[in-house]
Design a protein around this ligand. Structure first.
Ligand SMILES: Cc1cc2nc3c(=O)[nH]c(=O)nc-3n(C[C@H](O)[C@H](O)[C@H](O)COP(=O)(O)OP(=O)(O)OC[C@H]3O[C@@H](n4cnc5c(N)ncnc54)[C@H](O)[C@@H]3O)c2cc1C
Length: 494
């Protein structure tokens, strides 16, 4: 008993000294005797968690402290830059591109003072290696237009019920370029042979090529993703993009600088269990040294990908709804992995390298490093012992002397990610095709519980899931919701 009193006295003393908003406030109402300090815990130090913390800090909530807990030994999560050769070269292990329409990300970078580099498809320096040959970008776009005409003529007489697209395909007089394009589009994501592609998929590829053929108007089109297998085309479609100068991790560093005076970021704390007792949350963490630590919180923001949250013991006392339980259990995650190949020559601009081994895409998205992006089983099984042939091909083409140093990142096997990113769409138009009718209330899985437990992360922002934009928006949104709930509660208590 005496110990408890002593602890409480120490707690009040430390709270009054701590660099938390509770003490930075010069508001008289912040008297711990009358207004006991409340704790907000953010779990996950990726973009969603950090941006939630930043937004909460901006709200300067009286008598509330904010603590963040992160399982890894660094912040950033799936935003992580790998630096080579004394930081002179780098590539993005995770997120790379900020699309034109990712307005929150672009504004956020500006707010943090982090410069972005723009990459336009029209740049004259852009070279594309397509199917083993090098093309200037405009020449390739012309070829896409020709392919569109060819494919349209090919598809016109086909009946959607035709099962024999293989026979039709092999007997057709399609040019090798068009065949290669179709093969990449279909095979890239499905991992299946184009020979068995249903006619509907071929027609869809033809349809997307039509958008291509008219690149100038593309920006205004909002074509639903009927199938993710068209990633290659889609990638071209939104080629006007930005990257973070110096690497995306510099954005995380800048964000951390903004919050660290008010938010204590505890690294090496893995969430293992969460329960609710007397309206407060008890969170169990495992530290790097396998020690157990229990943290009690009044409000919690969980930003873990559901792929890892499903391994956390969530007690019934939390009161998860059925749709939330199901989403945590089932939400699918991609298999994307990356290899970074440092080059010993400067790349002035974007280089794209498509159709490597029919499955991979590569680009120069960092600083003098080629990035190989792969998925499906190759992505899942990437390891130092299992480097794909494409790497050797790229080295032959782009590296004069083999420096031997490459980096690789398998997100599927990363215990704090267990997948690359969620590709959930509630309209049934994702690769996973979950029709919302089969999944009642699924799109509302991220709604808070009792305005006390919140979910954020890329997966919770349906419009921008799978992107930094989604992670950022979700973090900002839940922080604003939580701040409102806190203000309401404080008003009720007075
Ligand atoms: C290969 C790849 C390519 C990508 N390309 C792009 C791109 O070009 N453009 C784009 O916009 N986006 C891209 N993304 C997606 C982007 O990286 C994510 O959408 C975004 O970073 C997710 O942020 P988040 O905060 O939601 O999740 P995370 O960054 O995963 O943050 C969650 C945090 O929780 C931590 N954590 C997990 N489990 C626990 C636990 N039990 N206890 C404590 N902490 C835990 C993790 O370590 C992590 O730091 C890519 C992702 C990958 C993997």
């Amino acid at each position: 008993m005496f110990n408890d009193i002593l602890k409480f006295v120490f707690f009040l003393f430390f709270v009054s000294l701590s660099p938390h908003p509770a003490q930075t406030m010069d508001d008289d109402s912040a008297d711990p005797q009358t207004n006991p300090v409340k704790k907000i815990v953010v779990v996950g130090g990726g973009l969603a968690g950090l941006s939630a913390a930043y937004e909460l800090r901006k709200q300067t909530l009286v008598n509330h402290i904010i603590d963040l807990y992160e399982g890894r030994d660094c912040l950033g999560g799936r935003v992580h830059t790998h630096y080579f050769n004394g930081n002179k070269q780098y590539y993005e292990e995770g997120a790379t591109w900020i699309d034109q329409e990712h307005s929150h990300m672009r504004n956020f970078a500006k707010e943090l003072g982090v410069p972005l580099i723009s990459h336009g498809y029209g740049s004259k320096n852009t070279i594309v290696r397509w199917n083993g040959q090098e093309y200037p970008i405009n020449e390739l776009l012309d070829k896409f237009q020709d392919a569109h005409k060819e494919l349209q003529a090919f598809c016109k007489p086909l009946n959607l019920d035709d099962q024999n697209s293989l026979a039709l395909h092999s007997r057709s007089s399609l040019s090798p370029f068009t065949k290669a394009l179709m093969t990449t589009c279909y095979q890239d994501e499905t991992g299946k042979s184009i020979d068995n592609a249903p006619v509907s998929s071929l027609k869809f590829i033809a349809e997307r090529l039509e958008n291509f053929a008219n690149l100038a108007t593309l920006k205004n089109l909002n074509v639903p993703f009927k199938s993710y297998c068209l990633q290659a085309i889609d990638w071209w479609y939104s080629l006007y993009r930005y990257t973070v100068a110096g690497g995306a991790s510099t954005l995380i560093e800048a964000l951390h600088k903004k919050v660290k005076d008010a938010v204590w970021c505890n690294l090496n704390h893995k969430l293992t269990k969460i329960t609710r007792k007397a309206d407060r949350f008890h969170l169990s963490f495992e530290t790097k040294e396998s020690e157990k630590k229990e943290v009690i919180a009044d409000y919690v923001i969980i930003t873990l990908p559901f792929s890892t949250l499903r391994n956390v013991q969530i007690d019934d006392s939390i009161g998860l709804r059925e749709n939330q339980k199901r989403a945590i259990r089932d939400l699918p995650y991609g298999t994307n992995a990356k290899v970074g190949i440092p080059l010993n020559r400067d790349l002035d601009d974007l280089i794209l390298y498509l159709n490597l081994d029919n499955h991979h895409m590569a680009w120069s998205g960092g600083k003098n490093v080629l990035t190989l992006h792969m998925n499906s089983n190759e992505g899942k099984s990437l390891s130092p012992k299992n480097i794909p042939n494409s790497v050797h091909l790229l080295k032959q083409n782009f590296q004069k002397d083999d420096t031997g140093e490459i980096a690789q990142k398998n997100w599927f096997q990363d215990p704090y990610a267990l997948g690359s990113y969620s590709t959930f769409k509630d309209d049934g138009n994702s690769i996973f095709n979950i029709p919302s009718t089969d999944y009642p209330g699924l799109q509302r899985f991220a709604e808070p519980i009792d305005n006390k437990l919140y979910f954020a992360g890329e997966h919770t922002d349906i419009a921008f899931s799978g992107f930094m934009e989604g992670a950022l928006r979700s973090g900002q949104t839940v922080a604003q919701q939580l701040a409102k709930a806190v203000t309401r509660k404080v008003a009720q208590e007075h």
